[in-house]
Design a protein around this ligand. Structure first.
Ligand code: NAP
Length: 326
């Protein structure tokens, strides 16, 4: 008896390693297991132009893939993009059964991959580990379904909900571990957006520094950034948020990180455009003369309270990261 949930967890873990390099492709993981449940090979999506996770795993398994089970986080592709269709490679390898976490909403796939496999006489099992895979691929799935990026709002706040003290400064509310984690979050995002007020107050570079590597996501400023600002080169956009999200989606941005400030993030929240809040909380108190994390959200009654769904809690040194779907 093969532990399909366990094999899918291994595929999810493999996919995580591809998250930073795979976009605009999805970061997918795949595992080939034999009848006894032994893992023969593991694969993850290579950077664009390279092989998909299934093909990497099949190559690793070689001839032992014949009659084996392929466990893959996302439905295999059935179209020729930069690489040939994965379903053909699966068929050619003699895989007997394919287990997928979620189907691919990309209109070029959208069930066609599973149809192809079934037509080839391969058993297909759907929905194994779907919750974990849906969470891991949320940005990709949202982008393919809506044409817009998955929007993550990031806040670093004191225990009493302030993001800056009375003099307008905010460096640093959180400690080193939380800030390192925030750099990872930036690297996972293909674009980072801030309001012009934050550019004027903090002059952020908005790059992601991860160890030796520096990632340079697309930088977007709402309003005008001073010519001398470190955020350049950047896109400067004004006006309605919806068309800005459409433009970023068309540019291949799967995940947009909105880093504030409070006026900007509040507009995204009020317009229902935030998918997830990543809220770093420091055990510090700023008092009521600080700048609150959100402004303008008038909730005068309990009925109008905006309640989210807690997805994860992570301790980072002295600070806590809360992931909330809103
Ligand atoms: N701790 C944290 O997590 C964190 C994160 C970021 C910022 N902060 C702090 O927050 C403060 C700045 O935040 P803030 O709320 O005052 O400012 P902000 O949200 O960064 O920027 C607001 C400004 O952006 C421009 N803007 C926003 N939306 C626009 C749109 N749709 N079209 C055109 N322009 C638009 C306007 O610029 P104009 O005024 O030029 O018209 C607006 O005044 C600073 O103290 C900073 O240190 C803290």
């Amino acid at each position: 008896m093969i532990d399909l949930e366990g094999a899918m967890a291994a595929a999810v873990a493999a996919a995580e390693a591809a998250r930073l390099e795979a976009p605009p492709n999805p970061w997918v993981g795949a595992v080939v297991v034999d009848d006894l449940g032994e893992v023969l090979a593991t694969g993850a999506t290579a950077p664009p132009g390279g092989p998909h996770a299934e093909v990497v795993a099949l190559a690793g398994a070689g001839a032992r893939a014949r009659g084996a089970t392929l466990v893959v986080t996302l439905e295999p592709c059935a179209h020729t993009g930069r690489t040939p269709p994965c379903v053909e490679a699966i068929e050619a390898a003699g895989i007997a059964r394919v287990v997928v976490g979620v189907t691919d909403p990309d209109p070029r796939v959208a069930g066609a991959g599973l149809d192809h496999l079934r037509a080839a006489g391969i058993e297909v099992v759907e929905g194994v580990g779907a919750t974990a895979v849906t969470d891991q691929l949320a940005a990709y799935l949202t982008h393919r379904r809506t044409g817009r990026p998955y929007v993550v709002g990031k806040v670093a706040a004191t225990l009493d909900g302030m993001v800056a003290v009375a003099d307008g400064t905010s460096r640093w509310i959180t400690g080193e571990a939380a800030r390192a984690d925030a750099h990872r979050l930036r690297a996972e995002s293909q674009a980072i957006l801030v309001g012009a007020g934050t550019v004027r107050a903090d002059d952020p570079r908005l790059s992601a520094r991860l160890g030796e590597r520096t990632y340079e996501p697309l930088r977007v400023v709402l309003g005008r950034a001073p010519a001398s600002a470190r955020v350049h080169p950047c896109l400067e956009r004004s006006g309605e948020l919806g068309p800005i999200l459409d433009e970023l989606g068309a540019r291949g941005v799967l995940q947009l990180l909105v880093e504030g400030g409070p006026h900007t993030l509040s507009r995204f929240v009020e317009e229902g455009l935030v998918d997830r809040l990543v809220w770093y909380v420091a055990p510090a108190l700023a008092g009521p003369v600080g700048l609150p994390a959100l402004v303008g959200l008038a909730t005068s009654t309990m009925e109008s309270l905006r309640r989210g769904h807690l997805v994860a809690v992570t301790r980072l040194g002295e600070d806590v990261r809360l992931d909330v779907e809103v």
